[in-house]
Design a protein. Structure first.
Length: 384
């Protein structure tokens, strides 16, 4: 039976996510849907708004067959590594041969063409020379690459975040699993609109509304509503800033994402700032985007330096199972070499696996932020 993979955050799980799962089942009625989902923290360098096991349970109640955790080193990294980690994790399923995702364009041929053109820039001598000059002028790498891409084609708009992520999925799959097939569903929300003005607002809009104390129940499935819980962001902010203040320049320079002397700016503005928000306002520039800075700050808190990150990328993922459909438990038998855990004690048989050690570190931090104990056991879920 074919396994269709999905790489997601589900932060929170909303009606647009349910629509993606429904469309997959409509297109491939006999398939099994395997989701690789971010855990306690996200690629924006922030805590997820609720427990990963509860988010996974919601996904299974709404159409997924199994949800496993995306290893933290990938889940909190830029799009290229997020895509790489998701595909590597899905490849542990023996029958994985199709990847499904949402995109603003909703046209798989345009996205594939966009991936080919974006990848071709890596071998373009003229672009490489232009890139060196542009980086020295202070422009962000991805902005430079996207502008060069736009001059070559109007195929797929990479300024739209899900198109960009989709293109990265395809680029990484060509390296890791060249025969992988793809399926996309056109997004109906407007990612850049962080209001609740659309019938299906984005996860970004829903998170913002939650922070403002607004009611979002009409925009999320019933099974999500009871799972939305508060993270103590003020505690997280204080812990992150303290971590940055206490790092030496050498330690900062070794963090993932640090280059071009950025450690000096971080040291200066961390020392001058009384709050994390103040620090971010002072340090962000067009070159150093907010998301990049927040990822670096999180890597400081989790002590993920460049050496550890490289080791993690070179280490085979172990599938930390978060939720499984009660009527499809057989899927566990389709994970290669039984390399999965369904409860906390299972982790012991993998020794000092780097991915599992980072998962445990994240869980400990998340418990402190939420004030709630995480029940570290996969949920076996009855369908709605």
């Amino acid at each position: 039976m074919e396994i269709v993979g999905v790489i997601a955050e589900f932060n929170p799980f909303h009606k647009g996510h349910k629509r993606l799962l429904d469309e997959i089942k409509k297109a491939y009625p006999t398939c099994t849907i395997a989701v690789v989902m971010s855990g306690c923290f996200t690629m924006r360098g922030e805590p997820a708004i609720c427990d990963k096991y509860l988010r996974a349970e919601t996904a299974v109640k709404n159409g997924a067959d199994i949800v496993v955790e995306l290893p933290p080193c990938y889940a909190t990294a830029p799009a290229q590594y997020f895509a790489e980690g998701g595909i590597k994790t899905l490849m542990k399923f023996s029958d994985f041969n199709r990847l499904a995702f949402g995109s603003e364009d909703g046209d798989i041929q345009k996205i594939i063409k966009g991936a080919e053109l974006l990848k071709s820039l890596d071998d373009d001598r003229i672009f490489k020379e232009y890139l060196k000059k542009a980086l020295k002028s202070g422009k962000p790498f991805m902005e430079i690459k996207t502008k060069a891409y736009d001059k070559k084609t109007n195929s797929c708009d990479l300024k739209k975040p899900n198109n960009l992520l989709a293109v990265n999925y395809i680029i990484e799959s060509k390296k890791l699993k060249p025969d992988l097939e793809f399926f996309t569903v056109k997004r109906e929300d407007n990612f850049n609109d962080d209001s609740l003005s659309f019938e299906n607002p984005s996860a970004k809009a829903l998170r913002k509304a939650l922070c403002e104390g607004k009611d979002i129940e009409r925009f999320i499935p019933l099974s999500t509503q009871k799972f939305i819980s508060g993270i103590k962001n003020e505690i997280f902010d204080a812990m992150v800033l303290s971590s940055l203040k206490n790092k030496t320049l050498t330690e900062l320079s070794n963090l993932v994402g640090i280059s071009e002397g950025l450690e000096n700016r971080i040291k200066k503005y961390a020392a001058e700032s009384a709050s994390y928000r103040e620090f971010l306002e002072k340090i962000k520039t067009k070159r150093y985007t907010l998301n990049r800075l927040k990822r670096i700050a999180l890597s400081s808190l989790l002590d993920i330096d460049k050496s550890l990150f490289s080791e993690c990328v070179a280490t085979e993922p172990v599938l930390n199972v978060l939720a499984v459909a009660e009527d499809n438990k057989d899927i566990l038998g389709r994970i290669e070499n039984n390399s999965f855990t369904v409860k906390n004690c299972d982790r012991m048989r993998f020794g000092d696996n780097l991915h599992l050690k980072l998962i445990e570190k994240e869980e400990n931090l998340y418990e402190a932020l939420s004030g709630q104990k995480i029940e570290k056991t996969a949920r076996f879920v009855k369908r709605i």
